[in-house]
Design a protein around this ligand. Structure first.
Ligand SMILES: Nc1ncnc2c1ncn2[C@@H]1O[C@H](COP(=O)(O)OP(=O)(O)OP(=O)(O)O)[C@@H](O)[C@H]1O
Ligand SMILES: Cc1ncsc1CCO
Ligand SMILES: [Mg+2]
Length: 263
């Protein structure tokens, strides 16, 4: 685990270009800013080239896809590959519609992503594994999550982060785990969107090791949420979101190391 990447991120302030969903764009921008990265959101295909050029990483979020946005993602994905900028792909609710499923597959074969970050339902859908996802939520299933994550990493030749109570990080062979977190993440819409963009921020400062980047991002977010939850006397999803943003700015490597539960 390379928590020094957090210090590096805070000194380099990488620009992360997000094609975000309209539900959580502001939370994602604020979360990135709080940790020390510089967010930029753009929905215009004509500036795709300039956006990729100024950015150190790209995060593509399928949450509120439109035909126009899919075209933008295709162009941005190819430009990012050409310019060797890492791409993180968030297949929000990919199992919820066959349209979303075919779009995700087309995008993932049209360019190479560095990391796919999704919950159990989403990663299972990408590999056609039986699972009862519930819209944007992970839902339930009986499949083995380690095997599902590994199959997805092999299928798309990338790192896969399968998030949940335990985050699994894999390249198909190596397997990492982050056990930190809090159930409050599930009460706050967009925790996963933020994680995907934080993974992008960490890939920007670890171009040689996206596995480490992804695992470190998982640990930083999960540990931050855990510390925030510990201070709360009742489950308050709104307060959690605000306090999480503050704590992302304040948290130290020392604090994270104290509670880190990783493998
Ligand atoms: N029950 C839980 N206990 C601990 N941490 C959790 C739990 N559920 C989710 N998390 C954490 O929440 C964060 C987001 O992961 P999650 O799998 O909920 O994403 P998601 O389903 O895509 O969320 P969203 O749709 O709200 O964006 C991760 O850091 C993960 O570790
Ligand atoms: C609620 C919701 N619907 C589409 S995207 C989104 C935010 C979580 O990704
Ligand atoms: Mg999600």
């Amino acid at each position: 685990m390379k928590l020094d990447l957090l210090k590096q991120l805070r000194s380099e302030n990488p620009i992360v270009f997000n094609i975000a969903n309209f539900v959580t764009a502001q939370d994602v921008a604020n979360g990135l800013n709080a940790i020390g990265a510089l967010p930029i959101m753009s929905a215009e295909i004509q500036e795709a080239s300039d956006m990729v050029k100024i950015s150190s990483a790209v995060c593509l979020n399928l949450g509120t896809l439109t035909a126009l946005q899919i075209e933008q993602m295709k162009v941005v994905g190819q430009l990012a590959n050409e310019q060797k900028k890492p791409i993180v792909f968030d297949p929000v609710a990919v199992g919820a519609s066959s349209y979303r499923q075919s779009v995700a597959e087309a995008l993932l074969t049209g360019f190479q992503v560095a990391v796919i970050r999704g919950n159990a339902g989403e990663i299972a859908a990408l590999v056609g594994s039986a699972w009862q996802a519930k819209g944007i939520d992970a839902g339930t299933g009986t499949g083995d999550l380690v095997s599902i994550a590994q199959a997805c990493a092999v299928k798309y030749h990338c790192i896969v982060v399968l998030s949940g109570p335990t985050d699994l990080i894999t390249d198909g062979q190596r397997m990492g785990q982050v056990n930190n977190g809090t159930q409050l993440f599930q009460l706050h819409v967009g925790s996963g969107d933020l994680l995907s963009s934080l993974v992008a921020a960490f890939t920007a400062v670890a171009p040689d090791d996206y596995f480490e980047a992804a695992q470190t991002a998982c640990l930083v977010l999960a540990a931050t949420g855990q510390l925030v939850a510990k201070q709360m006397t009742a489950d308050r999803p709104g307060t959690f979101g605000i306090d999480l943003q503050d704590k992302l700015h304040l948290i130290t490597v020392k604090e994270i190391n104290k509670i880190a539960s990783v493998r």
